[in-house]
Design a binder for this molecule. Structure first.
Ligand SMILES: Cc1cc2nc3c(=O)[nH]c(=O)nc-3n(C[C@H](O)[C@H](O)[C@H](O)COP(=O)(O)OP(=O)(O)OC[C@H]3O[C@@H](n4cnc5c(N)ncnc54)[C@H](O)[C@@H]3O)c2cc1C
Length: 459
């Protein structure tokens, strides 16, 4: 990147909000995935007008810009594949309005998820998407990835809460979508187009979210199953019973083995463990729901069913599910956290297929996931310095996604396509669908300067 462009960027954001230092470029080369590519520079804008001026400059001088929140993407979404400038929105981090009467908040994109949730808790409200990375990831990143979490089955994902957006387009124009109303069918739904668009269509500079009152009580139970099929039947029965759990999570046998090898939790190494949570406004309500769920566990031959009597008891039942990723990250050189989703009734078939693939390719692929919405996270563990293991990982991944599509599933439930899923895009999307997606990208970004090289749109 030539000096004139760097000077022009400094003139827009100020010297202190620009860097081309090697240490920063190395840090911005990565997100939480296995992908890596160094940018030429990074900027920290603090106003929408600065973002707009940067994009006008990028259009004139034709350099790539990659918007970035906290860089926790697990699929290479925030990696500057074609170099250029990282536009870090972390300093646009104000909660601008909390409006309880209208049930909405107005925020800048750099606000950390947990900071909004904390601010809302004093009003008895919450922001439900609840990604596991919530203590660090940003709301702009959540919108750009349509983030979800363990409450998805009952409360949905980020897309269910975005009412309106302010977006800077690649040519620098500022677009306002949506409204503060709970309902609107006024024109095309441009808001939804940006949700999950991975920073490829525009830069989100302000967001209006719907918020939810937070049920104050919850109840937690855990069940173990000797067979995946029994666990699968229990999941399906719960989800059509009329009770919608606020969480229904699954931990597979490979995960239980890995956790046991590396902690003193002493978990039963059964084919599947399910953890369920219900929430509500009275003890009777949460208990009534949980009784129905535990009855379904028992009817489907659960070998153990435990109900928490206290908050500490609930934390103990959640320990296996919540410790899984940390344990795996600690003991493996490299991890790929996959993120497929299948129709709920196919969860056991998918778990069985993952176990078979792990055996066939001699890999460890422990899997946890959101059983209540069919979103599974097989964690492919390997040593990236061993070419043979890398080859086996590639072969297993290809077969994994073939199976996902065969079961009527989708490549990603919440982490996005980014760089990681590009090789599989055409398994799920036919040529018409790819063509329309390319046309949408071209309409918004004819010069291909905004987060280029993502989602397989250039192939
Ligand atoms: C330990 C761990 C647990 C995780 N758990 C979950 C989970 O439970 N659920 C889940 O959904 N995800 C999860 N993730 C993935 C990740 O946290 C989410 O995708 C999150 O939404 C990314 O937010 P971020 O601020 O880190 O965005 P980044 O990683 O910085 O960026 C992600 C994408 O958003 C774009 N982007 C960022 N800000 C903007 C903006 N203002 N305007 C336009 N585009 C923008 C970037 O260009 C990029 O394409 C997890 C990640 C980790 C490391």
């Amino acid at each position: 990147m030539d000096t004139d462009i760097k000077n022009a960027l400094k003139a827009i954001v100020g010297e202190k909000n620009f860097t081309d230092a090697l240490i920063d470029r190395v840090a911005y080369a990565k997100d939480a995935s296995e992908h890596s590519h160094r940018p030429d520079a990074a900027v920290w804008p603090v106003t929408t007008e600065q973002v707009s001026a940067i994009m006008k400059l990028a259009t004139e001088a034709h350099f790539p810009v990659v918007p970035r929140g906290a860089g926790t993407s697990l699929a290479g979404l925030a990696v500057p594949e074609k170099q250029g400038v990282i536009l870090d929105l972390g300093r646009m981090d104000k909660i601008l309005d909390i409006n309880i009467e209208d049930r909405l908040v107005v925020v800048q994109p750099g606000v950390v998820y947990a900071d909004l949730d904390r601010a809302l808790s004093s009003y008895g409200f919450f922001f439900p998407p609840d990604p596991a990375s919530g203590s660090v990831c940003t709301l702009g990143g959540n919108v750009a990835t349509n983030a979800g979490g363990i409450k998805g089955a009952k409360y949905g994902t980020t897309k269910d809460y975005v009412l309106a957006l302010e977006v800077v387009l690649p040519d620098g124009r500022i677009l306002h979508t949506g409204s503060k109303c709970m309902k609107s069918v006024s024109g095309y739904d441009l808001t939804r187009l940006f949700v999950g668009s991975e920073g490829t269509l525009g830069i989100v500079t302000e967001i209006i979210f719907k918020i939810s009152p937070k049920p104050p009580l919850n109840s937690t139970a855990m069940a173990t199953f000797e067979s995946l099929e029994d666990a699968g039947r229990a999941i399906s029965e719960i989800m059509y019973s009329g009770i919608i759990p606020s969480a229904l999570e699954v931990v597979d046998q490979q995960s239980l083995v890995v956790i046991n090898e590396n902690t003193d939790l002493g978990l039963p190494e059964v084919e599947a463990m399910l953890v369920a949570e219900t929430d509500g406004y009275t003890k009777e309500e949460t208990e009534f729901q949980m009784e129905k769920i535990t009855a379904i566990f028992e009817k489907n031959h659960a070998t153990t069913v435990k109900r928490a009597e206290s908050a500490e008891g609930a934390a103990a039942l959640w320990a296996a599910r919540k410790s899984a990723y940390g344990v795996m990250a600690r003991i493996n050189n490299n991890l790929i956290v996959e993120d497929l989703a299948v129709p709920m009734s196919k969860v056991p078939d998918m778990l069985r297929a993952i176990a078979d693939l792990a055996e066939a390719h001699q890999l460890r692929i422990p899997t946890v996931g959101h059983a209540g919405d069919g979103n599974l996270h097989p964690v492919v563990c390997f040593d990236g310095t061993d070419p043979d293991q890398v080859r086996r990982v590639e072969a297993a991944s290809e077969e994994l996604f073939e199976k996902v599509i065969e079961l009527g599933g989708t490549l990603t439930g919440e982490h996005g396509i980014g760089l990681a899923k590009i090789p599989y895009m055409k398994m799920e999307h036919d040529e018409v669908s790819m063509d329309i997606m390319r046309s949408v990208k071209h309409l918004f970004d004819p010069n291909n300067i905004l987060n280029p090289g993502k989602m397989g749109l250039e192939a």
